[in-house]
Ligand binder design. Structure first.
Ligand code: NDP
Ligand code: 5RP
Length: 500
């Protein structure tokens, strides 16, 4: 009988194919399978000589080609595709086998699937993978959740094929049930914010300076040598420098300006609403994609709405570029700070015990949001693992503080000139909101009490209060006049004075 494979990958589109090759490059014998046979054939034809692959033409053959307990990675289209594969796999597996969903699953689905597989005495690991096509091949950032004991068997292999920064693998156990996919979801939410902020910076530079794509590419290239160094800034410079073969125009100028999404950003915002965590930068980035795709509304607005905007007169081009850079950096810190808040809130709510410093550490390499400043975030959580707000870490307080005046100039200038900067401006509003001594939320509480008797709390007393708005406007607390003690027998006795 042929030697059995140590790991299997089913789903051989861009991600699965490259993940399988990555395992093979590390010396593993890898079983490979895809619903449509042609993908398996092309992987074996194009890359079969790169390592030890075992191809299969059916899921049954694939399962039989694996050593036990089996380790099977599903890398298919998230949602119904994953459920279809799991349903087909269950009757073929045996007690103790491990099924790993490495797609972008929504974490409640992961929780449901883990329960289903546990009923069959199978382990299920929901695992986030980031890094796109190239990361999957050369070393992604890996976020595995699920039963801790599964990580004992899987961890060493995953850590080996993950990216490494300073010799440290960009893979760690995240937490039970849906924790791995939850963290990948927030990673993608931050990715949305980061991309939107970069897009706003590009727009500001283009409209403010009248610079073309090639010129802006140069600015991004320079930025990538400093604090902003990151994969997304690097690829932005490359994209902006690219010319369309057909027209000879800058490539970015021939792309329809309607951003699409597969769902992870939307889930991040929906979950933040459930948790009550303000992730305004991520939300604005997600809505900006929705706005760009609101075609009939945009057409109607383009015709009807006047700009009444001022011309943005930029006297010092270098100073303007530096202002945009500082505003971008500050807004980016806000997006990460908000994302880490969301992870902390979900971790508390679900008892996942997620280590935020470890998350920053495994995002330093391999993933789409990898950036130099993730080292700083890692250090911030090492200094204080319970840090209530990333922005309040001394390093970030200073870094953002240094760019504050520039940030305000950019947001104010953009508003006056009619340049939309939803992520820049909402991040600045968040910064000012979270640091405010007093917020107008007090008035909202009064309004709620006025129309719905929803009560309010006072700055100078404990308890919930209500004003009888439609009666005499006296204040009550728990149905009694406020500020007065309950009229107990003791109180009446006190009123009556000492006994004679
Ligand atoms: N692309 C990226 O950059 C990243 C993707 N991901 C996630 O990784 C997963 C794979 O992504 P990607 O490689 O882009 O591929 P796609 O998301 O485009 O999915 C295509 C793969 O899913 C398979 N598939 C779809 N439906 C079914 C089904 N009902 N039963 C069996 N197989 C099915 C396809 O098989 P067939 O060939 O037969 O059609 C094919 O192998 C997704 O969950 C994605 O969200 C995660 C990180 C980055
Ligand atoms: O997970 C990813 C990167 O980390 C995928 O590329 C994902 O598809 C990106 O999200 P969207 O398609 O919604 O932009």
């Amino acid at each position: 009988m042929a030697e059995l494979a140590q790991i299997g990958v089913t789903g051989l589109a861009v991600m699965g194919r490259n993940l399988a090759r990555n395992f093979a490059h590390h010396g593993y014998r890898v079983a490979v399978h895809n619903r449509t046979q042609a993908r398996t054939d092309s992987l074996l034809a194009d890359h079969g000589d790169e390592g030890d692959f075992v191809g299969s033409s059916s899921l049954e053959e694939f399962v039989q080609s694996l050593e036990r307990p089996r380790r099977i990675i599903i890398m298919v289209k998230a949602g119904a595709g994953t459920d279809a594969v799991i349903e087909e796999l269950i009757p073929l597996l045996e007690s103790g086998d491990i099924v790993i969903d490495a797609g972008n699953a929504h974490f409640p689905d992961t929780v449901r699937r883990e329960k289903l597989l546990a009923e069959h005495d199978l382990h299920f690991v929901g695992m986030g993978v980031s890094g796109g096509e190239e990361g999957a091949l050369k070393g992604p950032s890996i976020m595995p959740g699920g039963p801790a004991e599964s990580y004992e068997s899987l961890g060493p292999m995953l850590e080996e094929i993950s990216a490494h920064v300073d010799g440290v693998p960009c893979c760690t156990y995240i937490g039970p049930d849906g924790a791995g996919h939850f963290v990948k979801m927030v990673h993608n939410g931050i990715e949305y914010a980061d991309m939107q902020l970069i897009a706003e910076a590009y727009d500001l530079l283009g409209r403010g300076l009248g610079a073309d794509a090639a010129e802006i590419a140069g600015i991004f290239r320079t930025w990538n040598e400093g604090d902003l160094e990151s994969f997304l800034i690097e690829i932005t410079a490359e994209v902006l420098a690219h010319t369309d073969d057909r027209t000879g125009k800058p490539f970015v100028d021939i792309i329809l300006d309607q951003a699409e999404q597969k769902g992870t950003g939307r889930w991040t915002v929906q979950n933040a609403l459930d948790l009550g965590v303000p992730i305004t930068g991520i939300a604005e980035a997600t809505f900006a994609r929705a706005l760009s795709g609101s075609v009939p509304q945009r057409e109607a607005a383009r015709e009807a709405l006047p700009a009444d905007a001022e011309e943005w007169v930029i006297e010092d081009r270098d100073a303007f570029i530096e202002d945009v850079r500082l505003a971008l950096y500050a807004s980016k810190v806000v997006a990460y700070s908000q994302g880490f808040d969301q992870i902390a809130a979900a971790s508390r709510e679900n008892d996942w015990n997620i280590d935020r410093g470890a998350m920053a550490r495994i995002w330093r390499g391999g993933c789409i949001i990898r950036a130099r400043f993730l080292n700083r975030i890692t250090e911030a959580y090492e200094r204080d693992p319970e840090l209530p707000l990333l922005l309040a870490d001394p390093y970030f307080t200073e870094a953002v503080g240094n760019g504050l005046a520039a940030w305000r100039r950019i947001v104010a200038g953009a508003a006056r000139a009619g340049v939309p900067t939803p992520a820049f401006s909402s991040s600045l509003a968040y910064y000012d909101g979270i640091r405010a001594q007093r917020l107008p939320a007090a008035l909202i509480q009064a309004q709620r009490d006025f129309f719905g008797a929803h009560t309010y709390r006072r700055v100078d007393d404990e308890g919930a209060f209500h004003v009888e708005w439609s009666l005499d406007r006296s204040e009550t607390s728990e149905g009694r006049p406020a500020g007065k003690k309950e009229d107990t027998g003791m109180a009446q006795a006190e009123k009556a004075g000492p006994a004679q």
